[in-house]
Design a protein around this ligand. Structure first.
Ligand SMILES: *Cc1c(COP(=O)(O)O)cnc(C)c1O
Length: 393
């Protein structure tokens, strides 16, 4: 018989009842060190007092009114996001997938309104933009698209990191190029700064828009508020979600005035998107994460974590082959299946996330302490030792 919860997930046999910072407490009272953070969502850890306070305060006043009315909490968060970024305007969604839908619609509409509609989008293989029919068409991998066709047309994917192929694929039929500055699901693969500059130049040559998907790599994770800031390249449209709500469902599309010009009254909407509860929490997250001192701490802790991980890799060459990523968005490159490393982590009470291209993702709360980083590496060492032991049996 089919489970009452539709079985589309491969779930670990663990259920958590409470969270405290970088720790999750299971039903049986056992404590787990959390390097998954709800897949890069809980940027301030679990039950951060400032977020609990912001949520409770808003919950006692007003949850939801719909976008039939002005929502001051939305306006405050939009003001803050535009003040901190390239963007002039923001649309709020409930998820990253919804942000992808609007980003694609916005690009198509921009070209429609210009009088020369363009159907095309160019993306990298290994990308992930969500699970809607548009987002799976953008990413294009068979794993996500099989059986769901006919897909939205117009997308081409070029091999990851192949800038010549990307430049060749971008033409006067390209509405937009869509890329993650650091691929998440694809295995924590950063696009080098020089390549981001070449992508921007390829777009500019034909007027195509550039969409950055910062759903996973944004909101302080790399040590800058948004990952693209390291390169100095700015997009025309940016998708944000995951960390922006700190665990409360919230997403956003940020855009320049020019890119957003086609999105006039009636062209898009959402019942829940940007409701007062989500935006009250999101504003508190922004207040904390956008602080340069907070971001400097992320960079400092990331360097510490990375140095310890390099030592771990050197000590276990049969299990690990390297570390990649930016800031606290780290990929441990594995010589054994990443799912095996994640499973062995459960036995050490350590939570991690598998990814494609041989990577295990380490995406801790940005508030993780130095002592917790040291403890994570001790547990990773035990994970590697257990895998080595199993292989020699
Ligand atoms: C998670 C993710 C999405 C989809 O976000 P949802 O909130 O799951 O819909 C889109 N893009 C990237 C890069 C992601 O990591």
């Amino acid at each position: 018989m089919i489970p009452t919860v539709l079985p589309t997930y491969n779930r670990a046999p663990l259920a958590f009842v409470k969270g405290e910072g970088s720790w999750l407490i299971a039903e049986d009272g056992e404590r787990y060190l959390d390097l998954a953070a709800g897949i890069a969502v809980n940027v301030l850890g679990h039950a951060h007092p400032a977020l609990v306070g912001a949520l409770n305060e808003q919950a006692g006043r007003l949850w939801h009114v719909s976008n039939l009315y002005r929502i001051p909490e939305q306006e405050r968060l939009a003001d803050r996001l535009t003040a901190e970024t390239f963007a002039d305007t923001v649309f709020f969604t409930n998820s990253g997938t919804e942000a992808a839908e609007l980003a694609l619609k916005m690009a198509r509409r921009y070209w429609y309104d210009s009088g020369t509609p363009r159907p095309g989008f160019v993306a990298f293989e290994g990308a992930f933009h969500g699970r809607s029919t548009g987002a799976i068409a953008a990413a294009g991998s068979e794993k996500m698209t099989k059986g769901f066709g006919p897909l939205m047309s117009g997308f081409v994917q070029v091999p990851w990191g192949d800038l010549d192929a990307l430049e060749a694929a971008v033409s006067d039929q390209t509405a937009a190029v869509i890329v993650e500055p650091v691929q998440g699901e694809g295995g924590i693969r950063p696009i080098p700064d020089d390549d981001l500059r070449r992508i921007r130049a390829a777009c500019d040559r034909v007027g195509a828009l550039l969409i950055f998907d910062e759903v996973q790599c944004g909101m302080g994770r790399t040590g800058r508020l948004f990952a693209h800031e390291w390169s100095g390249v700015t997009p025309d449209i940016m998708m944000v979600a995951k960390g922006i709500g700190g665990g409360f469902p919230l997403g956003a599309v940020l855009a320049t005035e020019k890119a957003a010009a086609g999105m006039t009254v009636g062209t898009h909407g959402s019942t829940y998107g940007g409701n007062p509860l989500a935006c009250a929490v999101g504003t508190k997250v922004m207040e904390i994460v956008a602080d340069p001192a907070f971001l400097a701490e992320v960079t400092r802790k990331a360097a510490l974590f990375r140095q310890k991980l390099e030592g771990l890799v050197a000590a276990h060459p049969a299990v690990f082959s390297g570390v990649r990523g930016e800031g606290l968005m780290l990929g441990l490159v594995c010589k054994v299946p990443p799912a095996e490393v994640v499973s062995a982590g459960y036995a050490q009470h350590l939570l991690m996330v598998p990814a494609a291209n041989e990577a295990v993702r380490l995406l801790p709360a940005l508030t993780i302490s130095d002592a917790e980083i040291a403890e994570a590496v001790v547990r990773l060492d035990a994970v590697a030792t257990a895998i080595e032991g199993a292989a020699s049996d």
